[in-house]
Design a protein around this ligand. Structure first.
Ligand code: HEC
Length: 308
């Protein structure tokens, strides 16, 4: 038996809690939704993301090729400090292969994938250290798509732009500080940027829009701007960007997309290296549990048969 005063206190405490919660829960939901909306806004340059072909994640040769591209083209500037070289035995590589093909001179097979450039040089050349890419495939996830979708779009979204210090710009990461390091493979692309906004000379009370079309040359990155008043259709304010086909690369667009898909598959693997093992193990565990349920049910029936 509990003391009556204890029951009264506990009941009023319970009421106070439930009242506080009935106020708190909607506030929490509203705050969460608000945060989601904010992060969605912050995520992209406003262009829709292309979908990363997820079947690449199960393909060992693709993952191995991605590791090779990363160490050849990205490791000069970006580290993956949460990844050790010898963990790549997960991808079906032997330690000897990792040593021969993937490790830069001087590094050991048990080292983490540290960047070869010093922070001081990076600051001088790029204004900042290029970020560590260990978990970018997760951190770039948003309402627009997975982190892999973002990477797949970003790495295929470079175009020439002579107004930038690097000579390059990007559709999903406008004014990015990274040059298009794979341009010899892809070639270079130009762009047509259409910007619709309220006309500067519009009369008050009149909702006049004007369209600025900026054409960027694929080879020189030279910008040509043309402003026109809009008289037709129902245009919406905003910016859209269309890239022209690549010129001068030594791969076709389809081949290049394939290489980038391999690279993104590798970066996705690094962001969660045990994902493959986990799903394989999960299937086994579920299979075992379903067999065990049958066994337990049968045993239960056998044991109780004579007692009941
Ligand atoms: C010459 C140095 C250099 C090389 C090589 C390089 N990058 Fe970068 N990268 C940068 C810099 C600098 C930034 C930061 C740009 C900024 O913040 O404006 C960057 C940013 C990025 C980002 C954006 C990260 C984020 O979440 O903000 C990704 C992803 C990326 N690089 C991937 C790659 C990949 C993949 C490769 C190899 C194909 C590569 N980079 C090669 C210099 C480099």
């Amino acid at each position: 038996m509990t003391h009556p005063s204890f029951r009264i206190v506990s009941r009023s405490l319970f009421r106070a809690f439930s009242r506080a919660f009935s106020w708190f829960a909607p506030a929490l939901v509203a705050a969460t939704l608000g945060l989601c909306a904010l992060s969605a806004q912050a995520a992209g340059g406003g262009v829709p993301l292309d979908r990363f072909p997820t079947e690449k994640l199960k393909d060992l040769p693709s993952l191995q090729n991605g590791a090779k591209i990363f160490t050849n083209y990205c490791l000069n500037c970006h580290g993956m400090s949460l990844m050790r070289y010898n963990r790549m035995t997960d991808l079906g590589l032997t330690e000897a292969q990792i040593k021969d093909y993937l490790i830069p001179t001087g590094a050991k097979v048990g080292d983490t994938m540290k960047v070869s450039m010093s922070a001081k040089d990076a600051k001088e050349w790029f204004g900042a250290m290029p970020p560590d890419l260990s978990v970018t495939a997760r951190s770039r996830a948003s309402h627009d798509g997975s982190g892999a979708d973002w990477l797949y779009s970003y790495l295929r979204g470079f175009y020439r732009d002579s107004s930038r210090a690097t000579g390059w710009n990007n559709t999903v990461y406008p004014n990015v500080g990274m040059p298009h390091v794979l341009w010899e493979l892809q070639g270079s692309r130009g762009a047509s940027i259409e910007d619709v906004k309220a006309a500067a000379d519009g009369k008050p009370g009149e909702h006049a829009l004007s369209r600025t079309v900026t054409t960027i040359d694929a080879l020189t990155g030279q910008r040509t701007e043309k402003v026109e008043a809009i008289s037709d259709g129902h245009p919406h304010e905003g910016t859209s960007i269309t890239l022209t086909p690549a010129v001068g690369g030594n791969m076709s667009q389809a081949q290049f997309d394939g290489q980038i898909a391999d690279l993104v598959a590798f970066m996705t693997y690094v962001s969660d290296p045990s994902a493959r093992t986990r799903t394989r193990l999960g299937t086994g565990v579920l299979l075992f549990l379903s067999l065990f349920v049958v066994l337990a049910w049968w045993l239960n029936r056998e044991y109780w048969k004579d007692i009941k």
